[in-house]
Design a protein around this ligand. Structure first.
Ligand code: NAP
Length: 212
């Protein structure tokens, strides 16, 4: 059990932030690895709502991304899915999300924000970054073949500039990518075994990504 200096129980929660367009096994393996490695009580998947950095990009309706995330995570009692960001009006910033989560789980809760290493490298451009980094720790999930030295240097720079807590984990299965899955569907190529079958069925049923 994690305890603070006064011996009180300290809750550790992982927040798996991502577009999940669509969610795949790489995301699930990464979330489970983080849950176990960092003794997290649970991992809450947080599909992004209207991300400020993707205003010009084509992204699938939040409701579809939310449903796919629920289908993918339902068999793991250590996973939950939150509607917090997708139900928000206007643009969603991680800073606001973490403030809301601290209100929900308690100020003393340790929050580990888990997301892709490429996204973490862009942290200096995020909204209210200094305050954000004081509020939570970051787990950067790297794909195999990611330029390790570049990643380490950049993370070290960001950590020292903002006094941030950033931990990097490499997940071999993250060779799977949402972009590749979308391209496969568009080009009529198979996606079987890249993502849970229930998500594959949902994509087929709703005709997602055919016209991407
Ligand atoms: P992205 O640019 O779509 O993804 C960057 C890379 O990270 C991709 O390779 C992606 O692979 C991977 N990735 C994304 N989420 C991941 C996860 N949870 N675990 C492992 N790999 C992951 O990133 P995004 O999804 O838009 O943003 C990631 C998170 O950062 C979101 O929660 C977003 O709200 C937050 N963010 C906040 C701000 C801000 O507050 N201003 C700005 C930027 C991002 P796949 O494509 O295969 O997922």
């Amino acid at each position: 059990m994690n305890r603070d200096r006064e011996g009180n129980k300290k809750i550790r929660i992982g927040i798996m932030g991502g577009t999940f367009d669509p969610i795949h096994y790489g995301h699930l393996v990464a979330a489970e690895a983080a849950r176990v490695e960092f003794c997290l009580e649970k991992v809450v998947f947080m599909p992004v709502g209207r991300p400020p950095h993707k205003q010009q990009q084509n992204i699938t309706e939040p409701e579809h991304r939310y449903h796919m995330t629920v289908l993918a995570t339902s068999s793991n009692s250590g996973f939950e899915v939150s509607r917090l960001e997708i139900d928000k009006e206007g643009l969603t910033h991680t800073f606001d999300t973490i403030i809301d989560l601290k209100r929900i789980y308690g100020e003393g809760t340790d929050i580990y924000f888990i997301t892709g290493a490429d996204a973490v490298l862009e942290l200096p451009t995020w909204h209210r970054v200094k305050e954000l980094m004081a509020l939570c720790k970051f787990i950067a999930v790297a794909r195999p073949g990611f330029d390790d030295l570049h990643l380490e240097q950049k993370m070290a720079e960001i950590s020292s500039k903002y006094n941030a807590d950033i931990i990097c984990i490499e997940i071999p299965l993250l060779a799977i990518s949402s972009t590749d899955i979308r391209n496969r569907i568009k080009n009529g190529r198979p996606i079987k075994y890249l993502l849970p079958e229930a998500v594959e069925m949902y994509i087929k049923e709703k005709g997602l990504y055919r016209e991407w």
